[in-house]
Design a protein around this ligand. Structure first.
Ligand SMILES: O=C(CO)COP(=O)(O)O
Length: 134
């Protein structure tokens, strides 16, 4: 599966902890991330992460484009709800495209924990069928 990992600055420690904790699952998948998040995860875990641009420089939009092309299966995006983001329109656009294309998107750690376990037990395998039908 192709998984995107994204975190706003205040949530970077959480996503790093998450990636370390679930490295055994994440390493079985193709990982993508916005620039800084990807760098920090790769440094902390040694996992190979394809890095797009940093969020404020277009990274959210690049991940949105992958969704539109049916090349992304899951987005784990730890959002900071307490800090205004200069690129809020890009963040909204990513959420919108996830809804348009029925791509699972979780935006907090509690959801991420459930989703990674769901992924590991095969609950997202339907994505492979959707891709075969394209
Ligand atoms: O701003 C972001 C998502 O909207 C995250 O970008 P970085 O991973 O580059 O910090």
């Amino acid at each position: 599966m192709k998984i995107s990992l994204i975190a706003h600055d205040e949530k970077k420690p959480e996503i790093i902890q998450f990636a370390v904790s679930y490295k055994h699952i994440l390493k079985q998948h193709d990982l993508y991330a916005t620039g800084t998040t990807g760098k920090r995860i790769a440094e902390a875990t040694g996992l190979s992460v394809h890095r797009f641009k940093s969020g404020p420089l277009g990274g959210d939009q690049q991940i949105g484009a992958k969704i539109a092309e049916n090349e992304m299966d899951l987005v784990i995006f730890l959002k900071d709800p307490l800090t205004a983001q200069p690129h809020e329109p890009d963040i909204s656009a990513l959420g919108r495209l996830s809804d348009v294309y029925q791509i699972p998107l979780v935006t907090n750690l509690a959801g991420a924990e459930i989703m990674i376990r769901a992924l590991d037990t095969g609950l997202l395998d339907w994505r492979e069928i959707v891709k075969e039908d394209e």
